[in-house]
Design a protein around this ligand. Sequence first.
Ligand code: ZN
Ligand code: ZN
Length: 436
Amino acid sequence: MTEERHIAVRIEKDQEGRYISVPFDLPERVAWFSVTYDYPHSEEHPDGDWKISTTVNRIDLALVNPDGEQAGSSGAVRREVQIGGLAATPGYRPQTIQAGRWTIVAGAYRIVPDGVTVHYTIRWEKKTRAWFLGDLHTHTVASDGILTADELARHGRRHGLDFIAVTDHNNALPAAALPSVDGLTVIPGLEWTHYQGHANMLGLDRPYTGSFHANTRQEAVAHFTEARANGAVIVINHPCDPLYKFAFGLERFPYDMLEVWNGPMRESNVRAIAFWHQKLVSGEKIAACCGSDYHRDSIFQMLGGPCLAVLAWSREVKDLLEAAVLGHSYLVYGPDGPRLTMTCGQAVLGDTVAWNRDCRLDLYAERLQAGDSVRLIGPEGVLAAWQAEHAGSLKTSFAVTGPGFVRAEIHRVFAREVPVLPALVSNPIYFDRGDV
Ligand SMILES: [Zn+2]
Ligand SMILES: [Zn+2]
């Protein structure tokens, strides 16, 4: 829904040649806003069979964001400009729209002797939460992948992904060089790659100063600490991989998520899920995530296999990463996999609810295949399980009998002679001990 506000600004002749600040406020979570303005700008005079039009006023436009940074300027050539998190009118920078006081800079270039009234209309639309599907772990020719970032991005969009993170080993593509593909968000980042462990640092093209290398645990922790302070989101990658596990151990390493599902489902992922589960049991609230670790297409590897479905306020990098860190997400084997919604009242995956006897989970699983089993898992193990007799969906609700957490998994027989494997793993809804 679009909201709007009107501001009329009076500019007198003696203000000609000055810049006039016109403040306006925007609320939280705005997807985009536009500024339209109008004033008497020309006069027509008859001249024989002709009409002569003369410019009588000229008001220039620029916008400044709440940080005091110029968001763009357009002189007097445009009567309407728009800025959003993903796109903007040429001359204006796409940016996450900050809440707070924005400023229209009205440039009084030419004003008639009687002065002029300029009418500004500011329209904005608030964000609504939606599901986005993406891959947080990929490689390009900047390390040992075979596609350029551009090819990778187009490949990702073709696979139905809404976002990909480009995470080359110890190399990040400069943010300005990230590919631009319609409908796809490309998250800058790198995979910090060390003989003792791998971690994705996401959201920045330069998470730390200097070089990646570290000869002591202390030096490695310093890289992580600096990256976190700079605003990078840190993922401990494939923590239980037989060759590339996180051998440092996690103590004192700041991180935001655990990549419990890396590439095709296999034993090291099952162990990583169990490792994460134990952390949840011990009371930690840490989001699980996944990534294909894509290098090239093969029967074992595909872009978006697995992919992360996140419930985010927009497809902007900041919103996607924030939702992932909060665990508003589930991990699914591929873009064609099942879909899941699990809520407790207003609470979604990753949220915390104060437990009471009336707590009920509402569960909706779609795109199930015959034989799929949908399981709810708590600290003590499986709380409930449903078996799909035929393809379709499951809609049910479940009474939560005590504090802790509840997460969902969907298991599937993908092929004969292959064991039943997780097809989907959700983040939990947490239930804190309430006053009851
Ligand atoms: Zn790795
Ligand atoms: Zn990797």
